[in-house]
Design a protein around this ligand. Structure first.
Ligand SMILES: [Cu+2]
Length: 68
């Protein structure tokens, strides 16, 4: 199990966070997604078959690319 914190500059409000939580929450292997609209950060807890690469590409697809 891994926990990864990602900075997402496109987050502007709580709805953005909810959209991200919903999308990532549907991915296999992701057990927890927590967003912070103020810090523009999300914290994802995941395990195989999820991967950091898949998480990042999903974020990219929904137009919330992760920094770094
Ligand atoms: Cu928003």
């Amino acid at each position: 199990m891994e926990t990864t914190k990602l900075s997402i500059f496109n987050i502007s409000c709580g709805h953005c966070v909810m959209a991200i939580e919903r999308e990532l929450g549907e991915m296999k292997g992701i057990s927890r997604v927590e967003g912070d609209a103020q810090k523009k950060e999300i914290t994802v807890t995941w395990d195989a078959p999820a991967s950091l690469e898949k998480i990042k590409s999903t974020l990219q697809e929904i137009n919330y690319p992760a920094a770094g």
